[in-house]
Design a binder for this molecule. Structure first.
Ligand code: ADP
Ligand code: ZN
Length: 520
């Protein structure tokens, strides 16, 4: 007789406690588990740390038959395997690094496995389908599902062969999992894996217990030492190079007397493993690391994540800071940046292959907007991930201690109207020329020297245009076109009509007037 969904979820909650030791589901976990137990195919979009693995491991333990997990990284598979087994879930993997294939195959055929992990290359071979036909598949879980899409950042052709495999087992539900944000990729995953559109469950990206702060770098060892004094719990400090990692680790240990260890790919494997294990076990250690550190590390009580320089992108920032406060208790994310970071990053962009430059530049612009915004950091982050958050969060530096502002409403109206009158397709450089009355060939060829906005910004205000553009980009008033031009968005119309004021941070204004290139 069919089990009622309510009974099924009661059982799921009991199993959550019994098997995993958790009191309640987190966020959308419950919704995903309910769908999976009900045999409905699902795409779960959940940020890193939201608890994706539980959404298939729990059903795997409850359902009759085996959950086949497709996962692209052997190292991650083995982490998962260890933690599943530690919870008493019968799990095995078929990878090149596993010697016990025979045993695993037998266990599967005998119905003794809850979870069977396999790499996509293996899953797409005929031999694997034959094996699956000799046992019972309850569920397919496709981890890192964005790999199936050419729109994703990590396309893997083998993922395309999963659909034909899964189609051969119509009784097994599909659960695709990803932390990827953009709409295009999501739609593609649904199509490529044969999951109905109503099967998509998206978790919010907000991490409300993380307090974001972004500060100018003065003396980074002193600033970090102060942070460590204020925050005695475990922390991660990301530094840009291996040399910086070692320098900082030594300096900070000396300055604070706290236990500080280095981690980077250049250290002997043994030392790395030892430092990592010590960090995971510790209640007060600080790890100074390159971005090589963090992937797959399960430490819920990290109290702060600091960046000693800018991260690669907003995505990287979100992921790296996301390692703080996974237990839900208050945690800090503090970035220390200098204008030089952006200068160096832009130089590196100029050296990459032409085709990638524009994308890289966009990534840097988005990061610059985050760093420079006088407004809520969280709101900007969440908008970046496609959400529509409130204007202020009350838990970031700018919300808690709003920077001093000066009015720039009139200048903003001039700027927006120049963007509008030039056709919303030119970059800042061109718009700036028009506004300040520079008639070069490009300007005259388009007749932009005959526009009413030509030359309406005087020398006194001209330096403010750059910080103003960044402010407007940060709040979504100006958006980038596909080709890097500026277009009107958000509240641009209200500003143009004089219904909405615009202000920029006094610090940005001062820096601009001094002619210093303090802006990224
Ligand atoms: P993801 O794969 O989404 O990055 P994980 O599956 O690794 O996330 O889970 C992140 C952390 O959250 C793990 O430490 C996990 O044990 C913990 N976790 C997952 N679900 C819950 C829950 N319902 N309650 C408490 N902790 C949870
Ligand atoms: Zn805020």
């Amino acid at each position: 007789s069919p089990i009622s969904p309510a009974t099924q979820m009661d059982e799921a909650r009991a199993a959550l406690r019994r098997i995993f030791g958790f009191d309640s589901f987190r966020g959308v976990q419950e919704q995903v588990v309910a769908r999976v137990l009900g045999g409905q195919s699902t795409l779960a979009v959940m940020p890193t740390g939201a608890g994706k693995s539980l959404t298939y491991q729990l059903p795997a333990a409850l359902l009759d038959g085996t959950c086949v997990v497709i996962s692209p990284l052997i190292a991650l598979m083995h982490d998962q395997l260890r933690s599943a087994r530690a919870n008493g879930i019968a799990a095995a993997a078929l990878t090149s690094a596993d010697a016990d294939w025979r045993e695993t195959a037998d266990a599967f055929c005998n119905g003794a496995l809850d979870l069977l992990y396999v790499a996509p290359e293996r899953a797409s071979q005929p031999g694997f389908r034959d094996l699956l036909n000799r046992g019972r598949v309850a569920l397919f879980a496709v981890d890192e599902a964005h790999c199936v899409s050419e729109w994703g950042h990590d396309f893997r052709p083998d993922y395309r062969l999963l659909r034909p495999l899964m189609d051969g087992f119509p009784g097994a539900a599909r659960l695709a999992l990803t932390a990827t944000a953009d709409a295009h990729t999501r739609a593609d995953i649904l199509e490529q894996l044969g999951i109905p559109a109503e099967g998509m469950v998206v978790a919010g990206f907000d991490r409300p217990n993380i307090r974001y702060a972004i500060r100018h770098r003065q003396s980074v060892p002193a600033q970090l030492a102060q942070l460590m004094e204020e925050e005695p719990g475990p922390g991660i400090i990301y530094a840009p190079t291996r040399r910086k990692v070692e320098e900082l680790a030594a300096q900070l240990e000396r300055a604070t007397g706290r236990e500080v260890r280095p981690y980077h790919a250049g250290l002997p494997a043994e030392e790395r493993a030892e430092n990592q294990a010590a960090f995971v076990a510790s209640e007060d250690m600080v790890m100074v690391a390159t971005i090589a550190f963090g992937m797959g590390i399960d430490k819920p009580d990290v109290r702060f994540v600091a960046h000693a320089g800018i991260p690669k992108s907003i995505e990287a920032y979100y992921q790296e800071t996301g390692r703080a406060g996974r237990d839900g208790d208050p945690a800090l994310a503090v970035m220390f940046w200098g204008a030089g970071d952006f200068v160096a990053a832009r130089q590196r962009v100029a050296e990459v292959e032409e085709a990638r430059q524009q994308g890289e530049r966009k990534r840097l612009d988005a990061l610059a907007a985050l760093v420079e915004t006088p407004q809520c950091r969280r709101a900007l982050l969440l908008r970046h991930f496609g959400e529509e958050p409130p204007q202020s969060c009350g838990n970031c530096d700018n919300c808690l201690d709003p920077p001093a502002m000066i009015d720039a409403t009139e200048l903003a109206r001039k700027l927006l109207s120049a963007v509008y009158r030039t056709g919303q397709s030119f970059g800042f450089g061109h718009v700036q020329k028009v506004l300040t009355g520079v008639s070069d060939e490009r300007v005259t060829a388009r007749g932009h020297d005959r526009l009413s906005v030509f030359g309406i910004v005087g020398a006194d205000e001209a330096p403010l245009l750059q910080p103003l553009v960044r402010t407007l980009q940060a709040r979504g008033t100006l958006v980038a076109t596909e080709h890097g031009g500026l277009a009107l968005g958000g509240d641009a119309r209200a500003i143009l009509k004089g219904e909405m004021p615009v202000a920029i941070a006094r610090t940005a204004e001062r820096a601009a007037r001094k002619g210093r290139r303090a802006s990224p």
